[in-house]
Ligand binder design. Sequence first.
Ligand SMILES: Cc1cc2nc3c(=O)[nH]c(=O)nc-3n(C[C@H](O)[C@H](O)[C@H](O)COP(=O)(O)O)c2cc1C
Length: 319
Amino acid sequence: MKIGNVEIPSGLILGPMAGVTDFAFRKICREFGLEMSYTEMVSSKGIYYKDKKTMSLLRIGKDEHPVGVQIFGSDPFFMSEAVKRVQDTVEYEILDINMGCPTPKIVNNGDGSALLKDIDKARKILEAVKSASHKPVSVKIRIGWTDSDGIIDFVKMLEDSGADAIAVHGRTREQMYTGKADWDTIKNIKSEVNIPVIGNGDIYTLDDAIRRTDESGVDGIMIARGTRGNPWLIRDIISYLKTGMKPDKPNANEVRDVIMRHLLYAIENKGEHRAIVELRKHVGWYIKGYKNAAQIRNKINKSSDIEEFKNYINELLDN
Ligand SMILES: Cc1cc2nc3c(=O)[nH]c(=O)nc-3n(C[C@H](O)[C@H](O)[C@H](O)COP(=O)(O)O)c2cc1C
């Protein structure tokens, strides 16, 4: 798949997840063969006002290319100014506009998936971003606000206004994360536009990835929640595309090693204290299904000491 001039041979993209796909986790995913990732969503106003926390979300690894910066907002001025600023300060290849986030905090400001309800505003934002951006621009959407009735008009507008690719999460805003992703609508969108369409929603296994790609004809797929605690899913997909083979599931040793590296990268990025706190949720995902997972989780949730943390992880036992 190609987005503008950016080549993504596997067509596989790690979906942005605020609070999850940070610098450290994305670094882990790259080690498993990932070719394309996005930053967590970053506020255009935060960038404009140089908010420190916002700017820290824009840290990108030396080896993390190509990479996309995802911004959100609903004011064409702040959106285009944010693009100019990131262009001056960050090395990245694709600019992505978030038109899919469903959380009340975001949509109540008219941002994220609220833009699906206002095609004229969405067009103005995309036009403003396109005229400011020297890089390809992708847009991430859901299939609608309460239903998918107007989505074909919406994606045609995106194409006509210069979007270089569209990533579609097959749920409406109303659904939040309930129900199932509607891949029929994703397939329909793919058949109506000529720019690359990236399908997204409920891909948890290699088989899901193969089936969804074949059935919908999308140019690429994006996986998000399926990678939490399971960057091996990325390895499985990449390896299958390259060799047709499916690697074995990781054993406890490999899981331990990855948790330790993840911790190391998180410390490097955020310091010891925050790294430990943030790793807790990741560890919960990594060790799910293991024999002594509950005990390890309990211990880790109570500890703020790096050495203790490592000792507890070393207790992970194979099933
Ligand atoms: C905790 C969490 C945070 C998310 N943050 C973002 C975000 O910052 N930007 C975005 O476009 N989508 C975000 N998403 C949506 C995912 O990128 C993806 O579209 C959605 O989870 C469906 O894909 P999946 O079924 O593979 O998880 C988030 C999802 C979750 C669960």
